[in-house]
Design a protein around this ligand. Structure first.
Ligand SMILES: Nc1ncnc2c1ncn2[C@@H]1O[C@H](COP(=O)(O)OP(=O)(O)OP(=O)(O)O)[C@@H](O)[C@H]1O
Ligand SMILES: [Mg+2]
Length: 468
């Protein structure tokens, strides 16, 4: 399998090689064309000047052999040759290297070019030269008649040689830039690959359950820093969740164990039968019944909490909350009556629609009212107020109970948290009621607050969006 480093490196090198090849090939073409164009222009100019100065020989019917020879002599080191041909295309003057061609006739193609009366430039093989040449044919015209021509030959080899040298220079430059680019991309690819590798190692460790290694967030790359930041944040969340899970399992085991131990103790006493009286048996059975009820309540609360936990997104509905709150209060009436506690529902109208998931609101009200009754003194009143404003409705539950100490308030939402453990156990509380309330309020996108005065009472308040 490829690593990021090797993949980046191959891509970098490939890109550089392709770019350099394209640049090199196109540049050598452009330069070759430019050089040959320059050369052709130069030859055309030369041919025209020579043709001009040779014309009088042809007009006077004299042989320009010596004149042409002198010109060729001057240019001998440049490889350029100047020839003169008569009106029939017979070579009357050639350079020293091709004196043997004098007297021979031009090829039909060359003859045609000359007789056209126009200056022609051609590029390629000629029967007189073994390498390709540029040939400029300049006809000499007198009285509208071609009376001869000057032909300039120049080897293409020079152009090729210049282009080759240029290509070599370019290859050399390419090798140097490729080496620099190689060093640069090894450095960059390593820099890019390193943080990813670190993150991969860290996540492997987390996956193996070894430890929560945080990755550094001080790389050069903004995206990696963001990724590392989210990765570390995720690690913290996993750590917290793991701790919460452990605490939760510990608490659940503890809460389950104490009633079970108590039930087991009484069962053993009953089996033992020592000092068994009908009255004692009745007492044991009634304690066992209470403990069993505690277990059932604990498990019911755990199931509610588990359900609330697993909700990803609640589906709020438009419901008449006054009706729902009234129903919950009515269900508590008997319970409250036993404790000589009364309810007062304070709201402006009997009809008020809010957007909330009905089961959530019902459970929230049950848990808050259950606490209010549990902690209210006898002959006191629990006040439930529903006060709407333009887009929200505020619901508050106030009791005249003992209140919650300031320092405990931040913790009352925690699972299994009870302010007075001993008292709570007596009242049958498991410390899950407010945890369920908090979870459901969160899932419905709301917020809940509490205000408490020691010895005077407690008020829980939360808001719901009004439905139109
Ligand atoms: N209205 C209240 N007045 C005084 N203390 C309260 C009130 N409501 C809650 N508390 C305190 O907050 C703690 C947590 O409340 P919560 O409802 O979560 O648990 P619980 O009532 O003890 O048990 P459960 O609701 O599971 O039966 C309670 O133990 C109690 O100490
Ligand atoms: Mg409660």
């Amino acid at each position: 399998m490829k690593t990021i480093f090797s993949k980046l490196l191959t891509n970098f090198i490939l890109t550089i090689v392709i770019c350099l090849a394209i640049a090199g090939i196109s540049l050598s073409f452009v330069i070759r064309n430019y050089i040959s164009e320059q050369k052709e222009n130069e030859l055309v100019l030369k041919a025209q000047v020579i043709a001009q100065s040779t014309k009088h020989f042809f007009v006077k019917n004299e042989n320009p052999h010596d004149y042409i020879n002198t010109i060729n002599h001057l240019d001998s080191n440049l490889g350029t040759e100047v020839w003169a041909v008569d009106e029939n295309g017979i070579v009357i003057a050639a350079a020293a290297e091709h004196l043997n061609c004098e007297g021979s006739k031009l090829s039909s193609a060359e003859l045609k070019e000359m007789q056209s009366g126009r200056l022609t430039v051609s590029n390629g093989y000629s029967e007189y030269f073994k390498d390709p040449v540029i040939r400029v044919t300049t006809p000499i015209i007198d009285k509208n008649k071609v009376i001869g021509a000057v032909i300039v030959y120049s080897p293409v080899k020079g152009i090729d040689e210049a282009t080759r040298r240029l290509v070599f220079m370019m290859i050399f430059a390419a090798i140097i830039s490729l080496s620099i680019a190689l060093i640069f991309c090894i450095y960059t690819s390593k820099k890019i690959a390193k943080p990813v590798q670190k993150m991969a190692e860290a996540s492997m460790e987390v996956a193996d359950g070894n430890k929560f290694t945080h990755v550094p967030i001080s790389t050069e790359f903004k995206e990696f820093n963001q990724l590392a930041g989210s990765f570390n944040h995720m690690l913290e969340r996993i750590e917290q969740n793991e701790k919460r899970m452990k605490d939760f399992v510990g608490n659940v085991s503890h809460e389950l164990k104490s009633p079970l131990t108590s039930i087991k103790g009484f069962i053993e006493a009953l089996i033992d039968g020592k000092g068994k009286t009908a009255e004692r048996t009745q007492k044991f059975l009634s304690i066992m019944d209470k403990e069993a009820n505690r277990l059932i309540k604990l498990i019911d609360d755990l199931l509610i909490l588990c359900k609330a936990d697993s909700i990803v997104k609640v589906e709020p509905q438009k419901i008449n909350i006054i009706k729902l709150i009234q129903e919950v209060i009515t269900n508590f009436e008997v319970n409250a009556h036993q404790k000589l506690v009364s309810f007062k529902l304070d709201c402006a109208s009997k009809l008020l629609y809010a957007k909330v998931e009905p089961h959530s609101l019902k459970q929230i009200m049950i848990n808050l009212l259950d606490n209010a009754i549990k902690y209210s003194p006898e002959n006191s009143q629990i006040l439930v107020t529903v006060s709407p404003n333009s887009n929200e409705v505020e619901i508050s539950i106030t009791d005249r109970g003992p209140g919650i100490p300031e320092e405990d308030i931040p913790n009352i939402w925690d699972r299994f948290y009870r302010v007075d453990k001993a008292r709570s156990r007596e009242t049958g509380g498991t410390g899950l009621g407010l945890a369920i309330v908090k979870e459901l309020i969160d899932k419905n996108g709301g917020e809940i607050s509490v205000k408490s005065n020691i010895g005077k009472g407690t008020t829980f308040k939360f808001k719901l969006p009004i439905a139109v």
